[in-house]
Design a protein around this ligand. Structure first.
Ligand code: NOJ
Length: 472
């Protein structure tokens, strides 16, 4: 039986920046509920919300202090129930964010169940935090050291402890019972760790995916992605039943099969960070697509329009939305939002404010996001916003809509045709997609009717940084 996510487009909502219903400057669940029209209008199948649970916000929700409640900034469990009800009434699935590797240091477990975390009397190894410095911090209360893969305020759970899996499973079931349709699972490779806590060896090659310099000096084979990850993934699978699990596994595609034996999907970070070059992208697509979830941006990295340049946003949309398998669209990419400035002082200690600015609904100075003082203001609402783009048939927003409609008719198969003079092409059943990565017009040799063009295009041509879909 086909599963709902096989061809799905999942829209990522960063709740704090999507829509503020009560004027406190922070987005919230009722704000999301009031904007479900936008999602229906785009034609997406599901929404995924970055964490909505209580959190002291050292890592903006990725430091959970209670797995079974709603952050007061976002509303209440009743608001959640209303949101799920309305989303489901529109045929939209609701995917939540699960953070099973670590909690907030303020989670009651840290004091009441210290055995659920990883401790040592002395710093036992050379493991590093990906957020900088060593991965061990001294707990002033006990004088012992605890492990943290991210900020010191995010202690890692010990998945070797028999209570951890069931406790996370209980949290998952809590949300399934309230109607959640699945989870995006955070930092998944990290739940597998060497129980002997052996040193990570020195790296001998540069990393495939971008990592901070100091962190990239080691090969992280003991501190994460350890063989015991599989038995822990099986625990998550059991708790999820047939609900969706999409993993944030920050590893090259070649490392993903052991994850995909247990979870449904994993983000294709290799595509996200690919050199924007058709040969390189063809190489990555040649490695396969089953089990991969395509995405070109999220709340952690520079946005598409800034990273690839505004000239490439239509090409990028056509690429992600014409590949087989699910695609994830980060809020704001559909109107071409760019990175904004860091707040002063920054909200995020890792410098990720840029991709988290408020959604731009209208041309007014606050972008229709809030009536109060936005926590991170909109960047250029008068230049790009949902209301104006909805009215403009040639807008980026309308290209997203057309692509999302068209991809439904494409069979789940991919035949790479190759790269010719900067044009990457592939076939999906009767559809041929030609993507021109060059800055010059190129001929479109493919016979058939052009059913979609990323830009107004003369017959038989593909625009610079443009794309066409041809049906035969
Ligand atoms: C990945 C999340 O997307 C990111 O925002 C967070 O900081 C880390 N995982 C740690 O939870």
């Amino acid at each position: 039986m086909p599963r709902w996510w096989e061809k799905a487009v999942v829209y990522q909502i960063y709740p704090r920046s999507f829509a503020d219903s009560d004027g406190d400057g922070s987005g919230d669940l009722q704000g999301i509920r009031q904007h479900l029209d936008h999602l229906s209008d785009l034609g997406v199948d599901a929404l995924w919300m970055s964490p909505i649970c209580p959190s002291p916000d050292v890592d903006w929700g990725y430091d959970v202090s209670d797995y079974t409640d709603i952050h007061t900034d976002f509303g209440t469990l009743d608001d959640f129930d209303e949101l799920v009800r309305d989303a489901h009434a529109r045929g939209l699935k609701v995917v939540l964010d699960l953070v099973p590797n670590h909690t907030s240091i303020e989670h009651p477990w840290f004091r009441q169940h210290p055995e659920r975390y990883v401790w040592a009397d002395e710093i036992p190894n050379n493991w590093l935090s990906v957020f900088g410095n060593g991965a061990w911090s001294r707990d002033e209360e006990t004088g012992r050291y605890y492990l943290h893969s991210f900020f010191p305020e995010q202690p890692d759970l010990d998945w070797g402890n028999p209570d951890v899996g069931p406790a996370i499973g209980d949290a998952m079931r809590f949300w399934f019972e309230r109607g959640a349709d699945g989870f995006r699972v955070d930092a998944l490779s990290r739940i597998g760790k060497d129980p002997a806590l052996r040193d990570d060896p020195q790296a001998t090659e540069p990393p495939v995916l971008p990592l901070p310099d100091e962190y990239a000096r080691l090969k992280h084979v003991h501190s994460r992605n350890y063989a015991n990850v599989e038995e822990r993934l099986a625990v998550l699978r059991k708790a999820a039943g047939d609900k969706l699990l999409v993993g944030e596994v920050f590893l090259p595609t070649s490392e993903l099969p052991r994850y995909l034996r247990h979870i449904d999907l994993a983000f294709a970070f290799e595509l996200m960070f690919a050199r924007w070059d058709p040969e390189e992208i063809a190489r990555i697509l040649g490695e396969g697509w089953r089990g991969l979830a395509w995405t070109l941006s999220n709340h952690d990295f520079s946005r598409v329009a800034s990273r690839l340049g505004e000239e490439n946003v239509r090409l990028a949309a056509t690429l992600t939305l014409t590949l087989p398998g699910p695609a994830f669209v980060y809020q704001g990419d559909e109107i071409g939002l760019r990175d904004g400035p860091e707040a002063d002082p920054p909200h995020d200690r890792r410098g990720r404010d840029a991709a988290r600015h408020a959604m731009q609904w209208t041309p007014d100075p606050l972008g229709g996001f809030t009536t109060g003082t936005p926590w991170l203001p909109p960047i250029d609402p008068e230049e790009r916003n949902v209301a104006d783009q909805r009215r403009d048939p040639g807008s980026l927003l309308n290209l997203y809509r057309e692509l999302i409609r068209l991809r439904r008719d494409m069979p789940l198969e991919l035949e790479l045709l190759g790269v010719d003079d900067g044009v990457l092409s592939y076939r999906r059943g009767d559809f041929t997609i030609a993507l021109n990565f060059s800055g010059e017009e190129r001929p479109n040799h493919f016979p058939g009717a052009v059913v979609l063009a990323s830009h107004p295009t003369a017959p038989g041509k593909v625009q610079p940084y443009g794309a066409v879909v041809v049906a035969s």
